[in-house]
Design a protein around this ligand. Structure first.
Ligand SMILES: *Cc1c(COP(=O)(O)O)cnc(C)c1O
Length: 224
């Protein structure tokens, strides 16, 4: 193993340990168990080698925001790695996203749902419906909560859960609690919420999937 590879691996291992300690402490305070929660490590903008190191450290769930990056990294890891797409969906990329992503966190259009439904292996994928809790603010993807029943009724793909990115203008824990209530109301199993800055609040509110990048990989050179 080269020295720099070894150093990077140690750095990732140390960061993972800190994140896992924070997860463990929060879950024990909420009387929840680790098995209920999937840690998705967001490798966007980082090189494929980092994903390989994380795999060697036991990580099996990887998050990407862009089709081209996910398509490049997915073939480099063993088949038991699960790839999560959480970026804004573009209709013309759905065929390609379907080839490498196992879980879609950012579904927010029925038209996109139909395109995913007719792509290969749609039945084995998990879909989260992205909710926008402040539709009047700057658009960051997601449908407003009023449209959830209609989406669930019409969607040609089975919706596994709800996903949110905490709005900038709202206290994240209030947003997470609201999403948790909606999830319960519609009887969905999954709740994808919480990033590096707010995953503890999300876990307290019942998150089943947290999407953590910079706390594990370091700060990103550019926004993705
Ligand atoms: C980038 C991103 C994350 C990870 O963010 P960090 O703050 O680096 O943990 C999670 N979810 C989505 C939708 C993202 O775009």
């Amino acid at each position: 193993m080269s020295e720099s590879r070894d150093m990077r691996k140690q750095e990732l291992a140390a960061n993972l340990e800190v994140v896992e300690d924070r997860i463990a402490k929060t879950l024990s305070d909420s009387n929840r168990v680790r098995e209920e929660v999937t840690l998705v490590v967001v490798t966007k903008t980082f090189p494929p080698e980092d994903a390989v190191l994380l795999y060697e450290l036991g990580i099996r769930n990887f998050g990407e925001n862009r089709d081209d990056e996910g398509a490049k990294k997915q073939p480099l890891l063993p088949a038991d790695a699960r790839w999560h797409f959480q970026g804004q969906v573009q209709g013309r990329k759905i065929g390609s996203i379907s080839e490498w992503a196992d879980v879609i966190h950012s579904l927010d259009s029925l038209d996109h749902a139909s395109k995913f439904a007719s792509a290969p292996s749609a039945a084995s994928k998990e879909f989260f419906l992205q909710i926008n809790l402040e539709p009047e603010a700057e658009h960051r993807g997601g449908i407003s909560k009023e449209l959830i029943p209609q989406f669930l009724e019409k969607s040609p793909v089975k919706i596994f859960g709800l996903m949110v990115v905490a709005p900038l203008s709202v206290n994240p824990s209030a947003a997470f609690k609201e999403l948790s209530v909606l999830r319960g109301h519609y009887g969905l199993p999954g709740l994808s919420m919480g990033m590096s800055g707010d995953f503890e609040e999300a876990l307290k509110a019942g998150a089943t999937h947290i999407r953590v990048g910079s706390s594990i990989l370091g700060s990103r050179p550019s926004l993705a």
